[in-house]
Design a protein around this ligand. Sequence first.
Ligand code: ASP
Ligand code: MG
Length: 424
Amino acid sequence: MNKEIKKAATPHTVSVLKFGGTSVKNQARIQHVAEIVRDRLAEDPGKAEKKAHKILVVVSAMGDTTDYLLKLGAQCAKTPDKRELDSLLSTGEQISITLLAMTLKEMGLKARSFTAAQIGIFTESVHSKARIVDINNDNLNKALAENDILVVAGFQGITADGDITTLGRGGSDTTACALAAATDAVICDIYTDVDGIYTADPNIIKAAKLLNRVSYGEVIEMARLGAQVLHPRAVELARQYKVRMRVRNTFKPDHEGTIIDGGEDMEIYRSISGVAVDKDQACVTIMSVPDIPGIAGQIMQALADNNIVIDMIMQAFHQTAGLNNITFTVHSTDLDQTIKTLESIKGDLSASSVIADKDIAKVSLIGAGLAGQSGIAATVFKAFGGAGINIKMIATSEMKLTCVVSGKDADKAGKLMHSSFGEG
Ligand code: ASP
Ligand code: MG
């Protein structure tokens, strides 16, 4: 994945600034973003090396445009063709790049808009969640040489055959990190509508605290586990290419935000960095499959062939000897496809049935120092037990402790987890 992004030896110092949908929601906000871009260009971090400073801006679609486009598509077809849907969704970002570029030019700046096809952001040929495989560095360098500010459409890509793809919801973060890697940018600033990354969602857990620095690994876990901070693939890319990231508030441009980097030495002062609650999850069980080698592989292959990402796989002995139940979690949006896939192989596996539980949530504790600390799990389980919260599934790794609980207990469980550790 993403192995092909080559760092270009650019004669410039590049700063990548990404603005999300709320930041470019209307003309007034686009004007505000243009002013931030202008001020950042003037900062010139390349002065010492006598390199010209260039800004690469990546924008999302205005406000809820992507949701609106999805609705339009759904009005025309029950399951819209994925190729056409990607073309449709990519138009949202094409609107915002042109409007921002016009605004910047109006201010007298040397700016120009680019779609993914115009720059050459190549992806694999998978619609709706394509991965970036290559960026055309020659195009990028030429564009940087000719302009001071490039405004590039986030979220979209192009296949080798010229089809438009999208990177998955929230994918503009990934575009920004990929471009930062390709230009060896000094920073990849993700401008959003909050001050940075918190120890938990401050809308749910009032005691959540802003983190001033967090490691790639911790943010990847937080994002994967449902904290709506960043697109997890963006941070994976940043880690792979050592892109220094920062999450900042568009509406408080002087606020420092949260730095995301390699997190060297961080375990020493903080073992737990946050709590994530993900309610968009479902749990699926394939019942009574034979307890013989190869069965789990067959199930996972069928799901992988349908691009379904699963998590928290659990196998348990059935009452009857020689039979197992295999349970795992999926994102709610993949539930129908998951059930369809399992139903289609149920006969081959001689499984008895497929059952799903939509009303679940994943509640996770994340931290670089969680490894090998069984006391932490004990504290969490005791707190849940004391509050009468039933734990349906448990999974742990070096950096996380995840419990599946019923949907109604989700927020309470999140709060308990957060308060069990001195409120962050
Ligand atoms: N506009 C796309 C979305 O809403 C991509 C993004 O915002 O990053 O998911
Ligand atoms: Mg968006």
